[in-house]
Design a protein around this ligand. Structure first.
Ligand code: UFG
Length: 334
């Protein structure tokens, strides 16, 4: 089976390519290298002895998308490609709406034309908005998003709903990620954000590596166990395995529309992450308590029951492993 993986050289995409190749799927990658490096392809090859075909294309150009489908018999698509920096999306909404929506619409249009109707889509827990409870369940539906990045995810979910409603021969699996961290245990794949990181773990790694002086902990006065924000951190390899399970289900069922939370079901605070990172890697992180970051919620985590029951998927890797693997990747790539 030929799987087109858009954004396949990115953080979650690259780990998913490895899991797919290990399961004997054939992988074709489309990636414009806007937040990834071509070297990741060598690393995927090193890990799997297989080198996926790479299209260095910007999917905003529909002719380029069509070229991929003309040249390859694609059976299904896993769509990761997209801009994902929350703060940047507030400053540059047009860039985010234009990129994330246009690439997806182009992809859907071409998939429809070539009768390729199996799609796994990268969504996010951010689409729940602020539902007033800590444990998020799929049936709660989409809430009011707090930034343009989140709104693009929510809009794409709606578009996919409409596509399926118009034509039930589509098979669509929407995966709502919680907070992916960690790296491949080989140290060859991991998260390498351009510039100053926004997210907690990439920031911690830069502080641990001495590239940034101090970590700011955004608020210690939340109504949580230690006052710092609580999230559901999930190992990126567990997340990658979730994509393979989602793909297997739509292949088996042939058609249908599904939504799954991919999280562990456990919330950890910022201080839990800092303390565990220090402990397992035997180092000290310099941090200060800073004001709350606008738009942040105090606490949320997944109810992952549906993915367990319907996909047979559970996250297996714990927080210590996530912290160890993240740092191992950073050490190998400094
Ligand atoms: N945090 C800090 N200091 C930092 C960075 C983060 O204290 O330098 C705290 C935040 O306040 C929050 C926690 O660490 O409590 C996690 O923050 P992240 O920025 O790592 O992640 P978010 O939960 O804010 O957002 C992430 C993704 C979004 C996605 C969302 C889905 O970045 O893309 O999860 O739940 F939409």
């Amino acid at each position: 089976m030929n799987i087109l993986v858009t954004g396949g050289l990115g953080y979650i995409g690259s780990h998913t390519c490895v899991e797919l190749l290990n399961k004997e799927y054939d992988v074709i990658i489309a990636d414009d290298l806007s937040n990834s490096k071509e070297e990741v392809l060598d690393r995927i090859e090193k890990l799997t002895d297989k080198r996926p075909k790479l299209y260095k294309y910007d999917l905003k150009e529909i002719e380029k998308v069509e070229e991929i489908f003309k040249e390859n018999k694609i059976d299904a698509v896993i769509h990761f490609a997209g801009f994902k920096a929350v703060g940047e999306s507030v400053k540059k909404p047009i860039k985010y709406y234009c990129n994330n929506l246009k690439t997806t619409l182009n992809l859907l249009e071409v998939m429809n034309k070539y009768n390729v109707k199996k799609l796994v889509f990268s969504s996010s827990a951010t689409i729940y908005g602020d539902p007033g409870v800590h444990e998020y369940k799929e049936e709660m539906g989409r809430g009011k998003t707090s930034n343009p990045y989140g709104t693009t995810k929510s809009m794409i979910e709606k578009i996919l709903e409409d596509v399926y409603a118009s034509d039930n021969s589509w098979a669509i699996s929407i995966l709502r990620y919680f907070n992916p961290i960690g790296a491949h245990e080989s140290g060859l794949l991991g998260e390498e954000p351009n510039g100053i990181p926004n997210n907690l773990m990439p920031y911690i790694m830069k502080v641990a590596a001495g590239k940034i002086d101090v970590l700011s902990i955004y608020g210690n006065d939340y109504p949580t166990k230690d006052g710092t924000g609580v999230r559901d951190y999930i190992h990126v390899v567990d997340l990658a395995e979730g994509h393979v399970k989602a793909l297997e289900k739509i292949e088996k069922d042939g058609s249908g529309k599904y939504i799954y939370n991919l999280g562990t079901g456990t919330g950890y605070s910022v201080m839990d992450i800092v303390n565990t990172f220090e402990k397992v890697n035997n180092l000290k992180l310099k941090y200060v308590i800073a004001p709350r970051r606008p738009g942040d919620l105090a606490e949320y985590y997944a109810d992952p029951t549906k993915a367990k029951e319907e996909l047979g998927w559970v996250a297996k890797r714990g927080l210590e492993q996530m912290c160890k693997d993240s740092w191992n990747f950073m050490k190998n790539n400094m």
